[in-house]
Design a protein around this ligand. Structure first.
Ligand code: A2P
Length: 352
């Protein structure tokens, strides 16, 4: 059945991908999508198929007649408008963190726990955090095969995870600093002081920040807690032991995660490869270039614009026969956000 779809945050980095995917994946749309953003964007025209659709400011009547509303405008807007949209009869697919840990809101990765989307007493389905999403696509087939007990996960997160503003900040800082390599080499503090920061706490260009999100009293960040709590909820493993570290790197798109995954039984590389082979939404990119094997491993640039999550550097752990190490990379705007949201919307549209 064709569904009337609204996109809140249609002008943003994720919203742009949502619009493209609705069109390219042949989503069963009832007419044109309703494109919603802030007052600032009202009246702006965005491309849709061969023409354009006018952006509307979100408001109390914006969701009348809407079947599915895909939200990607930040947690504040989700808290403000999700109940309004649900009250109007829409199923909300929410890309923010506002409802992810709500017991009455399913947290769904399309390849991992699609059945959870059906139980949604609030009319809201949450789309997981982009880093968690990428890791889950790889972890699920391994959990099914060997029983996941623990994960030490370190993310290398793209600036684009902070939206268009994050991308612009990286590009602007890079443009400013790239012409002064001597200063970058001899006086990093002066280089850093010469650029404007807003989305990130320190300069992101030519830098690596062991900081995504905001710190709590336990010295972990909210982004790190998302990785812990959302993984437990998605895999239905409330006791999963996790050690997260989230790091921001000067990459436009593509989150990488180095994960040491531990299981309830010893694991060997061949069995891991067999378990990953054919897993939905996952491509194995794994060759180390020795003995004539092609050199191949995932990179953020290799993942940008790709639907699948990429996995490589698959190694048995050197100290623990129950653990393996993997390097997983996924486009944070696609599988990490827009693609999974559209996949969830497809699940809803396909319901009886
Ligand atoms: P707008 O372009 O009108 O500001 P990104 O994640 O790339 O920064 O995008 C954020 C998205 O959220 C944009 O589409 C933005 O619209 C939208 N947005 C931000 N603030 C509001 C608001 N107060 N009401 C509705 N949409 C908003």
């Amino acid at each position: 059945m064709a569904a009337k779809v609204a996109v809140l945050g249609a002008t943003g980095a994720v919203g742009r991908e949502v619009r493209r995917l609705l069109d390219e994946r042949g989503f069963p749309l009832d007419g044109e999508p309703i494109l919603l953003a802030s007052e600032r964007s009202a009246g702006k025209r965005l491309p849709w198929k061969d023409g354009e659709v006018e952006v509307r400011a979100v408001g109390p009547d914006a969701f009348d007649g809407v079947d599915i509303a895909i939200f990607s405008a930040g947690g504040g807007r989700s808290r403000e408008w999700a109940a309004v949209a649900a009250e109007a009869g829409a199923v909300v697919v929410d890309n923010s963190s506002a409802f992810r840990m709500d017991d009455e809101v399913p947290l769904v990765v399309a390849e991992v726990n699609p059945e959870a989307a059906r139980r949604r007493p609030k009319g809201i389905i949450a789309n997981p955090n982009c880093t968690t999403m990428v890791l889950m696509v790889a972890a699920k087939p391994l959990h099914d095969a060997f029983g996941l007990t623990a994960a030490v996960a370190t993310s290398y997160q793209a600036a684009g995870g902070a939206g268009m503003g994050g991308i612009t900040e990286l590009i602007d800082q890079t443009a400013k600093l790239v012409n002064d390599p001597d200063r970058l080499r001899t006086d990093g503090a002066a280089a850093e002081a010469s650029v404007d920061t807003g989305n990130f706490s320190k300069a992101i260009a030519f830098n690596v920040l062991a900081h995504c999100g905001s710190f709590d009293d336990e010295r972990y960040t909210d982004e790190e807690w998302k990785l812990v709590n959302e993984s437990r909820k998605i895999l239905d493993l409330p006791a999963l032991r996790m050690s997260p570290t989230c790091v921001r790197v000067p990459v436009v798109v593509g989150h990488g995660i180095q994960a040491r995954l531990s299981f309830s039984q010893p694991v060997e590389r061949d069995a891991v490869l067999a378990a990953l082979e054919g897993a939905p939404g996952l491509q194995i990119v794994d060759g180390v270039g020795t003995g004539g094997e092609p050199l191949a491993y995932p990179t953020p640039l290799g993942s940008a614009g790709i639907d699948d999550v990429l996995i490589g550097r698959i190694r048995e752990d050197l100290g623990d026969p129950y653990s393996i190490n993997v390097w997983v990379v996924g486009d944070n705007l696609l599988k990490g956000a827009a693609l999974n949201a559209v996949q969830i919307a497809e699940l809803v549209a396909a319901e009886d």
